[in-house]
Design a protein around this ligand. Structure first.
Ligand SMILES: Cc1cc2nc3c(=O)[nH]c(=O)nc-3n(C[C@H](O)[C@H](O)[C@H](O)COP(=O)(O)O)c2cc1C
Length: 177
């Protein structure tokens, strides 16, 4: 039985919380690989995930460590795929089936359970276009965790805050046994 879990990090401020999530998964003895979008690099350093996973995150779709392509090799024998934070952009790409970056291409290759933890401002979260894309992901079998309401980095209270790592882990628990 595979112990591989892939965590996708897209470009939102909540990416800093994903370090705690990745650490918890690694502490459970899981084989954790991190895939970061280019925007995610603006929010958290690759070195953090290199250390937490004992493996450098994958950012480049043509990473030479994966001759078949990371979108293929990371999906093989993967037991769980988590995207946290899931930006409005990555949610839209995945809902539409766009393979326009490594993370959305990997999404299309995944055959395991998939959990998304959206994070964005309240106006973005409440936009009908975002709601449609989230509904599409749900219809496609993706588990959506959160978002919570609370303090947002745009300095207001409201819906859109990424769920805490513990809550994301709880939602993932059925797939980690
Ligand atoms: C300071 C800052 C914070 C951002 N936070 C978010 C966020 O929480 N959620 C979101 O959907 N987009 C956020 N964005 C916009 C995304 O970074 C942008 O849409 C980007 O293209 C997402 O790319 P990705 O989905 O490929 O990572 C933020 C942008 C900036 C400059």
């Amino acid at each position: 039985m595979s112990h591989r879990v892939v965590v996708g990090i897209s470009g939102g401020i909540a990416a800093f919380k994903s370090a705690a999530l990745v650490s918890r998964l690694a502490q459970r003895g899981l084989d954790v690989s991190v895939v970061m979008t280019e925007a995610a690099e603006q929010f958290i350093g690759a070195a953090t995930f290199s250390a937490l996973c004992n493996r450098a995150p994958v950012i480049n779709a043509f990473d030479s460590r994966y001759p078949l392509g990371p979108h293929i090799e990371l999906a093989t024998d993967c037991k769980l795929f988590i995207v946290a934070p899931a930006t409005a952009h990555i949610i839209a790409s995945c809902a539409f089936g766009l393979a326009d970056c490594l993370l959305s291409t990997l999404y299309l290759n995944m055959e395991c359970p998939i959990v998304f933890a959206p994070a964005m401002s309240t106006p973005m979260w409440e936009k009908p276009a975002v709601a449609r894309n989230v509904d599409q992901l749900k219809a496609d079998g993706v588990r959506i965790v959160g978002p919570d309401s609370g303090w947002l980095s745009c300095r207001r209270m409201g819906a859109g805050r990424m769920s805490e790592p513990e809550a994301i882990l709880s939602a993932c628990e059925p797939f980690l046994v």
